[in-house]
Design a protein around this ligand. Structure first.
Ligand code: PLP
Length: 223
């Protein structure tokens, strides 16, 4: 088996204080998650509802699951009973469905708003304009079962470090502005989820509070 424990330790040693690790376990077997769990890792991220459900049922109940992928509204009800955070919220419709399903389960679900900053067409997320439109709309203020805890984004998948860095900086600027304008009194609005295997060292230099790392810990995914 891949040296999950050794890799995990290495990654953790690279993270400054105040930056948390979401271990991205999608497509990896339960044994890999258990190995990381034995090392003390408790936050794991998955991007498919069914896979997440099976892992949630089979693995220790104190694991905090983050849903990191694109989430269809009709899947929210399946993860609402137990998911800790939904990281990639990019529409009011999705936010409303999370509110509804969280209320049914009598819980508050933490979410992040996903930004679209990368050049790739295929990526989901809110443009700057759509982000402010959603926040200015104000519907979210009435949602007592959803807590918007910060922003999430993926940088372009390129080798150009300067480009990656400037995308993270843009995200940080947006975060600072949104914090002041909408969440000044909300202590919980504090998360900046950026940084993956290939760019997390840059991300932590550019203000990330939460890195999402899969391959560096668990090896290549077998689809
Ligand atoms: C798969 C995935 C990751 C982890 O990517 P690695 O390159 O394996 O570290 C991080 N964030 C999101 C949204 C993902 O889908």
């Amino acid at each position: 088996m891949y040296d999950v424990k050794g890799n995990l330790k290495e990654v953790l040693a690279n993270l400054p204080q105040g930056v948390r690790l979401v271990a991205i376990s999608k497509y990896h077997p339960n044994e890999y998650i258990e190995a990381a769990y034995e090392e003390g890792q408790r936050i794991f991220g998955e991007s498919h509802e069914q896979e997440l459900r099976q892992k949630h049922e089979a693995l220790p109940k104190d694991i905090r699951w983050h849903f990191i992928g694109h989430l269809q509204t009709n899947k929210v009800k399946y993860i609402a009973p137990y998911v800790t955070m939904i990281e990639a919220v990019d529409s009011l419709k999705l936010l409303q469905e999370i509110e509804k399903q969280a209320a049914k389960n009598n819980r508050v679900i933490d979410v992040l708003l996903e930004l679209h900053i990368a050049e790739e067409e295929t990526k989901y997320g809110l443009s700057d304009h759509a982000l402010y439109e959603l926040l200015d709309g104000g519907e979210w203020r009435e949602m007592v079962h959803v807590r918007i805890c910060g922003l999430m984004m993926m940088a372009s998948y390129v080798d150009d470090e300067q480009q990656i860095r400037s995308e993270f900086r843009h995200a940080k600027k947006l975060f600072d502005d949104v914090k002041v304008r909408y969440f000044a009194d909300a202590e919980y609005f504090c998360e900046r989820s950026w940084g993956m295997s290939h760019d997390y060292l840059i991300a932590v230099e550019e203000g990330s509070t939460m890195v999402r790392i899969g391959t560096t810990i668990f090896g290549p995914r077998v689809y």
